[in-house]
Unconditional design. Structure first.
Length: 346
């Protein structure tokens, strides 16, 4: 098993595998309109992190699916990262996970059984930490290794944290540092340091549990998590859904130290350029911004941090929630204001 390098079996890795935002919009443009149940609280209308369906006056079920190809070579860690990424979507809606189903596609003729078992064991270990079962799933023989989860959770219908309910004047808080995609690009070339690998795992295997606490804070108006479309892409989803403009301070955005060094050396995943080509027309950058800085803002994050939109008076309380749960990098990165849906970087 130690001789297997999972990343060599896939053309992409982690949330960098996502279809580019502009292409996805084109694909979905002709989806037929259907009669929507009044109990479907969150569907496809705002590009949110999960669907939410009201079961009764006090319970709504959250459902999400996330899967991708390997971002690391270690099969157990790949399983952990994929499971963490999927379950974190439940927290991004303010919910509590209750169950998961496994999504498995493996090149059976290329990967030994013990490698596949280790991937599944990694995912199960995360579910065990959360206290939920993997109650089933589906598997296929696929040309590239794919693993992820269908994650299910519960939330009170009146407390769902959508990405489209931000308000003008809100402050933006980011829960994790950026740079996972850049570090994964270096890893695939065999050029990521031991410290970089440690930082990459620390970020991608840390569940966004603050979401389950932030759900009870009325001054937290919107939540999402930063994944494959990068900070700029997911912030634009908040802006479009909420019909607001955002301003962020590049100097305030947290970045993993190894990712910062690699970005300055020119490392960037291909998905960063695809992201920028998809939504760059809605982003205003300072004339002095360098390419490596833009790449960080467009860097696809696998199991990235929560992006919180909250009232200014709630900032200290929100940061305290993050700090109490071990998210030392959480910080204010900008704010929202009235205006056309766009992001301005200063």
């Amino acid at each position: 098993m130690n001789n297997i390098k999972l990343t060599q079996y896939s053309h992409g890795g982690g949330c960098g595998c996502k279809i580019a935002p502009s292409v996805l919009s084109e694909i979905l443009a002709k989806m037929p309109s259907r009669v929507i149940s009044k109990d479907l609280l969150v569907g496809t209308e705002s590009s949110d992190d999960a669907a939410v369906y009201r079961l009764n006056d006090t319970q709504a079920i959250i459902a999400t699916t996330d899967f991708f190809m390997p971002i690391v070579d270690d099969p157990f860690e790949f399983g952990r990262i994929a499971a963490t990424n999927a379950i974190s979507d439940i927290y991004a809606m303010g919910g509590t996970p209750i169950m998961a189903l496994a999504v498995v596609g493996m090149p059976i003729d290329k990967l030994p059984i013990d490698v596949i078992q280790a991937i599944l064991a990694g995912g199960e270990s995360v579910c065990a930490d959360v206290g939920i079962p993997i109650a089933g799933g589906h598997s296929i023989d696929a040309p590239e290794p794919i693993y992820g989860l269908v994650a299910l959770g519960l939330v009170h219908p009146d407390k769902v944290k959508r990405n489209s309910h931000a308000r003008a004047g809100d402050v933006l808080i980011l829960g994790k540092a950026l740079g996972v995609g850049i570090m994964s690009a270096a890893l695939k070339k065999g050029e990521l340091s031991a410290l970089g690998y440690e930082q990459m795992l620390a970020s991608t295997t840390k569940l966004n549990t603050p979401g389950a606490t932030l759900v009870d804070m009325d001054d937290v108006h919107a939540l999402t998590d930063v994944t494959g479309f990068a900070l700029l892409g997911h912030l634009l989803e908040v802006c479009r859904g909420s019909k607001l403009a955002a301003e962020i301070d590049f100097a305030a955005v947290p970045v993993w130290s190894e990712a910062l060094s690699l970005a300055q050396q020119g490392y960037a995943p291909g998905a960063a350029a695809r992201n920028w080509n998809s939504y760059g027309h809605d982003v205003s950058l300072p004339a002095t911004m360098l390419d490596w800085q833009k790449n960080l803002l467009c860097d696809p994050q696998t199991s990235g941090g929560l992006l919180v939109s909250c009232a200014p008076d709630a900032v200290a309380a929100v940061l305290a929630v993050f700090q109490a749960q071990g998210f030392e990098q959480a910080c204010v990165i900008g704010h929202l204001q009235a205006g056309a849906a766009k992001v301005t970087v200063i």
